[in-house]
Ligand binder design. Structure first.
Ligand code: SF4
Length: 431
């Protein structure tokens, strides 16, 4: 387990929220976790202090579940133990970036409960005057750490760049991402460092159940608006060249949360990469993608694309299509894109959506092992699935009876079987 995690000396206890949303601990019950619908009593090694910059969410229509320290059985807390009869709700942690969940929040969903919004819901409890969560730090890069962002400096730098690039629609779009959505990548662009975003596509060839930029389900709202225009190669190159030439550990990344699928704009991106590489060989040009179009990947790699990040929820076709609801592509095309990028000497990361109980299930591990052995991606980014877990499990028809090894055991097994494989959370600078 990473050296910086500190475990509690005792077992954290349950926290709940009262009707007003105030969060209180209840020492009579131990904190529980959930793994694909199964309640679990977390082990001491599962815990880390709640990371700085994390948020606590109150879960509407969900009652907290804890463990009885005497019987060792899971118990439902139905009302406020301090004000009998008063309604209560379960609580979850939405952890700050670079932390991966070991167990999800434990609760029982009540009838007519609304879908939870598009965030990750990690288990949280209380011990020794602080909150603890079940997770591990999966990347020590500080690029999105809360401590790295000063809002006054951000406002100042953003205003200056918006003025400097007043005719560049993409810079103006990123200005909204930075100032309205506090997107860490957009913030780093305006601060002139690390990884900058280059969204390009208003359209997508998938209909992900948990899409954060377009939610036609009406079950919950998208977390950010999708870009409405395709920037020109000149607008893209103007941003990228300046960033790659001046930023520390510079990366520019196509494929952001505020757009559809960038491979559908391959013509524009190919021209932009050619313009960029004509001016500078500095930094890394990366593409975050659903990797649906291997021939487009081939063209972009030939134009100078350095790395490809392939987003997948599962290495199993039925779970992949259950989530992505792909339009005219399948997991086979995604795997071919990895092969194409590797054959052209490019760097490939998997952006692997982690959900305890699914990721560490025996069947998913076997499928992932096969993918890693056959296609040899260089890195796995351990990203928490940002979606209502129960809605997700129903959408992919996952059986909650499926046994799972535990996320910490999963991590050790991957490290043991694939010692060369990088494990992290962010896109690495490879130039
Ligand atoms: S691939 Fe991305 S943009 Fe397309 S539907 Fe899925 S999450 Fe949304």
């Amino acid at each position: 387990m990473p050296q910086n995690s500190k475990h509690p000396a005792g077992q954290p206890t349950l926290v709940f929220a009262d009707a007003k949303g105030s969060i209180t601990d209840f020492p009579a019950l131990l904190m529980a976790g959930m793994s694909a619908g199964q309640f679990q009593l977390p082990q001491r090694e599962d815990f880390i202090p709640l990371p700085e910059g994390s948020e606590l969410f109150v879960l509407p229509g969900r009652l907290p579940v804890g463990y009885d320290p005497d019987s060792g059985e899971p118990l439902l807390l139905e009302d406020d133990p301090y004000r009998p009869g008063e309604p209560i709700q379960a609580v979850a942690a939405f952890m700050s970036p670079a932390h991966t969940a070991v167990l999800n929040s434990a609760y029982q969903t009540q009838e007519k409960a609304p879908h939870l919004p598009l965030f990750a819901y990690t288990a949280v409890g209380w011990y020794d005057d602080r909150f603890w969560t079940t997770a591990f730090r999966s990347d020590f890069d500080i690029r999105q750490d809360t401590s790295q962002f000063n809002q006054t400096v951000i406002n100042d730098r953003t205003k200056k760049k918006l003025k400097q690039y007043r005719n560049n629609r993409l810079v103006q779009h990123l200005g909204k991402c930075c100032l309205t959505y506090a997107c860490p990548a957009a913030r780093n662009y305006f601060l002139g460092r690390w990884e900058a975003p280059l969204p390009t596509s208003p359209v997508c060839n998938a209909r992900c159940v948990g899409c954060i930029s377009l939610q036609s389900s009406g079950k919950c709202s998208a977390t950010q608006d999708r870009i409405r225009f395709v920037p020109t190669p000149t607008e893209i190159a103007e941003i990228a060249i300046a960033h790659l030439e001046h930023a520390e550990r510079a990366i520019v990344s196509f494929g952001q949360g505020c757009e559809g699928e960038p491979l559908l704009q391959a013509d524009t991106i190919e021209k932009a990469i050619a313009m960029i590489r004509k001016k500078t060989d500095q930094g890394t040009i990366n593409l975050n993608s659903n990797a649906s179009l291997p021939q487009a990947v081939k063209r972009l790699s030939a134009a100078g694309l350095d790395s490809l990040r392939v987003s997948i929820n599962s290495a199993q076709t039925h779970y992949h299509s259950g989530y992505y609801r792909p339009q005219n592509f399948s997991l086979a095309d995604v795997l071919e894109s990895i092969q194409v990028m590797k054959e052209s000497g490019g760097f490939v990361s998997l952006n692997y959506f982690i959900l305890p109980g699914v990721t560490d299930s025996a069947e998913e591990y076997a499928a992932l092992r096969h993918l890693l052995q056959t296609y040899q991606p260089d890195r796995i980014q351990l990203r928490n699935l940002n979606m209502d877990p129960e809605w997700y499990l129903r959408s992919i028809k996952f059986s909650t009876e499926t046994p799972a090894m535990g996320m910490r055991q999963w991590l050790e097994k991957i490290k043991e079987e694939f010692p060369e494989l990088q494990l992290g959370y962010y896109n690495p600078a490879i130039r």
